[in-house]
Design a protein around this ligand. Structure first.
Ligand SMILES: [Zn+2]
Length: 318
């Protein structure tokens, strides 16, 4: 008999929901803007309404991927900094009460790592690191075909590796010198906002035409670089260097066969691939030099597929 679950990817801006068959087929998928008005119950209502729009009698349970920190053992969201009111929310209990079905909660970066490992570019790889580079930097580790979770279920918070101890650049976590403060999408956005005065007159005019009156962002940096805008290209070269510095530390720690890059910034991989690979070659000990760097596939669905597969695995073991 076919088995299905509802997979939920609870993001700070987007709420994605899909009906996923055991084995990784998505039967339907919906995405809405997450209600961010300080009431987690409104988001629970959103989930219920989306599921109710596709009545199904054959759903085994709900699998939720959420940003953290979480307590996945007792199914509680400890805090979601990008969503107001999400502090100590017992999301597993709330959903179980609504749906009368078992619920599994997992960190979103670990879910995406599992999605890439089981269904994406990391398929058939025994040892893999997934690195998501978007607003922040996070990830997940697959070691000898097992998911590393750590005592808090929070392994893979790579964004807070201390890479620059003398730095006075503050990270979103409040500390100085973190990897994330230099190599995240937020860091790129901040640089983009300063680029209006960089380069030649022609380049400044080009930048202004691209950005208009809106706030500049990493998306503009990618477009400008592809259009040959030299200051933007320089930002991406440096981005590759920063990423390589973090990746080298991660590779030395976990010895993966491949590092999969996901998150919004990874969509601009062609802008920084050369400098990343060049810097990585300098940073890695020779024994690690054959590690491969891969761009994630199916970024929009990897987290849904990953958390669904963890749900079915948990069901099979219980
Ligand atoms: Zn930090």
């Amino acid at each position: 008999m076919k088995a299905f679950c509802i997979a939920v990817d609870l993001g700070g801006s987007q709420l994605r929901i899909a009906k996923v068959q055991k084995g990784g087929q998505i039967h339907w998928q919906r995405s809405v803007s997450t209600i961010n008005e300080g009431q987690p119950s409104q988001v629970i209502d959103q989930i219920q309404a989306l599921v109710a729009s596709h009545p199904d009698a054959d759903i085994r349970g709900i699998a939720v991927a959420a940003p953290g920190p979480l307590d996945t053992r007792n199914g509680t969201v400890l805090c979601i900094p990008t969503l107001a009111g999400w502090e100590n929310v017992a999301i597993t209990r709330l959903l179980e009460e609504r749906f009368k079905l078992p619920v599994l909660l997992e960190n979103d970066a670990i879910s995406a790592a599992v999605g890439q490992w089981r269904f994406g570019v990391g398929k058939d790889v025994t040892d893999m690191v997934y690195l998501t580079v978007s607003t922040g930097i996070g990830g997940g580790v697959i070691s000898n075909n097992h998911v590393l979770r750590g005592v808090r279920g929070a392994a893979g918070h790579f964004g807070h590796l201390l890479l620059y101890p003398d730095s006075t650049t503050q990270c979103a976590c409040g500390k100085m010198g973190c990897f994330e403060a230099y190599a995240s999408g937020s860091a790129l956005d901040a640089i983009a906002r300063t680029l209006h005065s960089a380069g030649s007159q022609q380049e400044r005019t080009q930048w202004h035409a691209l950005v208009g009156n809106g706030p500049a962002s990493a998306i503009h940096l990618a477009q400008a670089a592809m259009d040959g805008h030299e200051p933007a290209r320089g930002v991406w070269r440096q981005q590759g260097v920063y990423l390589a510095q973090g990746i080298a530390s991660i590779v030395h720690a976990f010895d993966p066969a491949c590092v999969v890059l996901g998150g919004g910034v990874s969509k601009s991989y062609s802008c920084f691939a050369d400098s990343l690979l060049e810097e990585l070659d300098k940073r890695l000990m020779p024994a690690f030099s054959n590690v491969s760097i891969k761009q994630a596939s199916g970024i929009e669905t990897a987290g849904l597929l990953g958390v669904a597969s963890l749900f079915f695995e948990h069901q099979d073991c219980s």
